[in-house]
Design a protein around this ligand. Structure first.
Ligand SMILES: *Cc1c(COP(=O)(O)O)cnc(C)c1O
Length: 386
């Protein structure tokens, strides 16, 4: 078996030994008492990870995009108005879904690499009554970090439900769902949660559940309907497994282990670790003469970096870094994608993996003809972490 490259892409990320062990267990049935206990534990742990003691967790087989569609399908019905705080590729994706589910969508946009100013969002919220406002916490296409706390406060003040796409943030960036007044937050197993791809994870707060109950039209998708999944999640949490559609037994077991690891580290310590590593990564990019795609440090994510190719270097850099044993990602923004690359630094990323990544990048940059002092990036990481 060949050893795969170090995964420094924005998901999937590397798995811990205990998560891998959970995946290698013999298959259990979905009504097996051991699995029941793990699903129960997963549901409870998710409330602690999202800091949402009164929210209803949902964990269903699928990716982050399914979690996104679950939020839209349950909270929006034809004729509703939706405001999209648009920071890029994934904001466009949820806008498309909102329209498919019959909502009239208004965007507050800004330049790529930035987040819209709060006063523009407030102006939009004041202009009409929106049922929902969506925010992409970290837009993985540009590494823009949106000010969720302030945005959620505005939404609440104007009577709109706040839906947060936390796919590239939950488990890495600070997110206090209950304290900040976020009504729905969702993610996927393979990003900062540190489990394999395959699970859509969504938490709905009390106001979101009320809004769902108050619908006048049915949810237009059976697999995504809270009505199907709520009794199942309540049953597993109460210790009485029940069936609607087969849960992803092995993935949920692995997720339970990774959530245990997150909570063992504690959320504040984990967030602080991501911030420290992100600052070390930024110190390295700067020491190598590289610029970020994000415009300001306040809107720069801690779970990944989006870095512009220097003059004379093109997207083949990503392949050359790969040849050095480290996988990084190319650009994703539809217009700018050929001008930058992305490095994930979330989950179990540590000083060792960051140094390995910066070292591989340095060697690939040298080969590509970019001029800098060899070792400058590695030294910057060491100084930032010392
Ligand atoms: C990755 C990602 C998604 C989509 O998740 P998939 O698991 O690829 O479907 C949505 N939003 C954000 C912010 C993401 O980073």
């Amino acid at each position: 078996m060949s050893t795969p490259n170090l995964l420094m892409i924005p998901g999937p990320i590397g798995l811990s030994p205990d998560v891998l062990r959970a995946l290698s267990e013999p298959q259990r049935g979905h009504l097996d008492p051991v699995f029941m206990q793990r699903f129960q534990s997963t549901i409870k742990r998710l409330r602690d990870v999202f800091l949402a003691p009164t929210a209803q967790p949902f964990v269903i087989a699928g990716s982050g995009t399914l979690a996104m569609e679950m939020s839209v399908a349950n909270l929006v019905q034809p004729g509703d108005k939706a405001l999209v705080v648009n920071t890029g590729y994934f904001s466009d994706r949820i806008a498309t879904m909102l329209e498919l589910h019959g909502a009239a969508v208004t965007h507050v946009r800004c330049e790529p690499g930035d987040a819209p100013p709060l006063d523009e969002v407030e102006k939009a919220l004041s202009s009409t009554r929106f049922k929902v406002m969506t925010v992409t916490h970290v837009d993985t296409s540009t590494a823009v970090l949106a000010p969720v706390q302030a945005l959620a406060k505005l939404a609440r003040a104007h009577g709109a439900l706040c839906i947060v796409d936390g796919v590239c943030s939950v488990g890495g960036e600070a997110l206090e769902m209950d304290a900040w007044g976020v009504d729905v937050a969702f993610t996927a197993s393979q990003k900062a949660l540190g489990a394999p791809p395959g699970l859509a994870v969504l938490l709905a707060g009390p106001r979101a559940m009320e809004a769902w109950k108050a619908r006048t039209k049915p949810v237009a998708a059976m697999y995504l309907d809270f009505a199907q999944w709520l009794p199942i999640h309540q049953a597993y949490e109460a210790g009485t497994p029940s069936y609607f559609a087969t849960p992803a037994v092995n993935l949920i077991s692995a997720l339970d282990v990774s959530l245990g690891e997150l909570l063992g580290e504690t959320m504040p310590v984990r967030v602080a670790r991501h911030q420290k590593l992100a600052h070390a990564a930024r110190a390295a990019w700067s020491a190598l003469g590289l610029e970020l795609l994000t415009k300001r440090s306040e809107v720069t994510a801690h779970t990944l970096s989006a870095v512009k190719y220097p003059a004379g270097v093109d997207a083949s850099l990503v392949k050359h870094v790969g040849a050095q044993g480290v996988n990084i990602a190319g650009g994703l923004h539809p217009v700018l994608k050929a001008t930058y690359f992305r490095v994930g630094h979330m989950g179990s990323t540590n000083a060792g993996t960051l140094l390995e990544t910066v070292g591989a990048l340095e060697r690939a940059l040298k080969t590509a003809g970019h001029r800098f002092d060899a070792g400058a990036g590695v030294t910057a990481v060491q100084r930032a972490l010392a």
